[in-house]
Design a protein around this ligand. Structure first.
Ligand SMILES: Nc1ncnc2c1ncn2[C@@H]1O[C@H](COP(=O)(O)OP(=O)(O)OP(=O)(O)O)[C@@H](O)[C@H]1O
Ligand SMILES: [Mg+2]
Length: 496
């Protein structure tokens, strides 16, 4: 029996708030408050799980609203957090539920999607844990396929179920002639015949072992074999109902997979690929899907995180005209999920009481106080992300892992060009980005992307033809490429 994945959690496994912030620091410049809040919220979840059961139920997650204008790192913080913690995580745009035709519809799908993600993650983990066993079994099946058991032997052996595989013609196996020895069907088996069979079996096994070694040594990787694989294709049924398609997949897929016979189809693939396919099939037989599902659901319920982006787009209480009408509706629909309810998924009921919700929005035209009061109460923590200034830009350009400057240098390196982007160039880029944000529109760090792209446009075009392979990008170069555009507001509006 494989080791169960339900680990007993303890606080020492969880990252401390300080460690979480340190990790986030590797990718996001500044925004200390926001990092701190998400770190505390995460740690509190771990703390909660240490409490006695009855108290656990009482402790509600401290949901967070991140407030900050565009491009200051809201999504980036959530995205990095997701990678950092091994928690089921999903990002949804709150505004998506207001779209025409989807008014207030099916906000529960976010929980279904989260559960789906969790199930595949747990399943992948389990698959990895049975990988070795599955590989062994897959190899047996590959051998069956490279060297089918002679018919005479097959009729005798009841224990082994072999797949009907054909050996590829151009694999030359010296003594593959066993198949030729057939036995008259009706005759009673005599001792002599038994002996012949025994010999044949021995020979078969010997060849099989020889092949096994060659298979392990990778001798057949490119040879084609024909394998029987389970056909996983579902009949394509799409039913448009007022409830939408998501609801359908709850029942239909499962229903059909029970009704339809398990179909297999023959496929001719190289051994290397066949091994993977068979391994997957064997692994699926080895893992206990019920255990996977209950583990996945328990993770969603106790450590799931939903990132609700664009929450400001559904703020606004007074029903004006047009799309506004639906905003409050969406808030009302989301409310029960955030307050804690039970969502039906195809894997079973999922309680949302302890899922952590992190909402984010620019809140330029609306305020968190424009959210319906019930919703405000469910987001007790508010953090503001600051607008980025020139020195933030300098850091963003160079410090994060895979920072922009590193990216552009690496891209040019692929053309054999060594670009030296000097410090004063970075200074200049940051200054220009800040200037354009001030004068045209503040799009935060995204401005760096537009500026860098423009700055390197000529170089990217000419790179393959350049004689000179080492290039210095300094402040003068930056000014030369960009100054005119930045000076002219109308021009920068279009180009940057
Ligand atoms: N503080 C920061 N440090 C490093 N990179 C940042 C920072 N802020 C933004 N960026 C970069 O800018 C880009 C946009 O950031 P992000 O997607 O987080 O913006 P946002 O705050 O979610 O904006 P929006 O409100 O438009 O969704 C990303 O490529 C991100 O890496
Ligand atoms: Mg965003």
């Amino acid at each position: 029996m494989e080791k169960s994945t339900v680990e007993t959690k303890n606080l020492t496994d969880a990252l401390t708030p300080r460690q979480i912030v340190e990790e986030l620091d590797k990718y996001i410049i500044g925004q200390f408050e926001a990092k701190r809040s998400v770190a505390i919220a995460l740690r509190n979840r771990a703390r909660r799980q240490m409490l006695a059961d009855d108290m656990q139920d009482e402790v509600a997650p401290k949901n967070i609203i991140m407030i900050g204008s565009t491009g200051v790192g809201k999504t980036e913080i959530a995205r990095r957090l997701a990678r950092l913690v091994e928690a089921p995580f999903i990002k949804v745009e709150a505004s998506k539920y207001t779209e025409i035709g989807y008014v207030g519809r099916d906000v529960e799908s976010m929980i279904r999607d989260l559960t789906e993600l969790s199930v595949s993650k747990v399943k992948a983990e389990q698959t990895a844990s049975v990988e070795e066993t599955a590989l062994g079994l897959a190899e047996e099946r590959l051998l069956d396929c490279l060297l089918p058991m002679p018919r005479a032997l097959k009729s005798q052996s009841h224990s082994r179920q072999t797949d009907e595989f054909d050996a590829d013609d151009d694999i030359d196996i010296d003594d593959i002639d066993e198949d030729e020895i057939g036995l008259p069907f009706e005759l009673e088996t005599t001792d002599e015949q038994n002996e012949a069979l025994e010999k044949q079996r021995e020979r078969h096994l010997k060849t099989r072992e020889k092949l096994r070694q060659q298979l392990k040594d990778g001798k057949f990787e490119d040879k084609d074999v024909e394998i029987n694989m389970k056909s996983r294709s579902m009949p394509f049924v799409e039913i448009f109902s007022p409830g939408g398609i998501e609801e359908m997949d709850i029942n239909f897929k499962d229903m059909f997979s029970n009704i339809l016979p398990n179909q297999t189809k023959k496929r001719r693939v190289p051994v290397s690929e066949a091994r993977q396919i068979l391994m997957q099939e064997e692994a699926e037989k080895l893992i206990d899907m019920d255990a996977v599902i209950s583990e996945a659901i328990e993770r969603v319920e106790n450590s799931g995180i939903v990132f609700l982006d664009e929450i400001d787009k559904i703020a606004g209480r007074e029903s004006r005209q047009g799309p506004d009408v639906s905003r409050e509706g969406v808030q009302r629909d989301i409310l029960p999920i955030i307050e804690g309810s039970t969502v039906t998924t195809k894997y079973g009921a999922v309680r949302t009481h302890h899922i952590l919700f992190i909402a984010a929005g620019a809140f330029h035209v609306s305020n968190p106080s424009d959210l319906i009061p019930e919703l405000q109460g469910r987001f007790p923590i508010r953090v503001e992300l600051k607008s980025l200034n020139k020195s933030d830009f300098q850091s963003i350009l160079t410090e994060p892992k895979n920072a922009l400057v590193k990216q552009y240098t690496a891209l040019l390196q692929t053309e054999g060009i060594e670009a030296d982007i000097t410090e004063d160039a970075i200074d200049e880029i940051a200054a220009l980005a800040f200037q354009v944000n001030e004068s045209v529109e503040d799009i935060g760090a995204r401005r760096l992307h537009t500026i860098m792209e423009k700055l390197f446009e000529n170089l990217f075009f000419d790179a393959p033809d350049l004689e000179e392979k080492s290039i210095t990008v300094d402040a003068d170069y930056v000014r030369g490429e960009l100054a005119e555009i930045v000076k002219d507001q109308d021009l920068s509006r279009y180009i940057l």
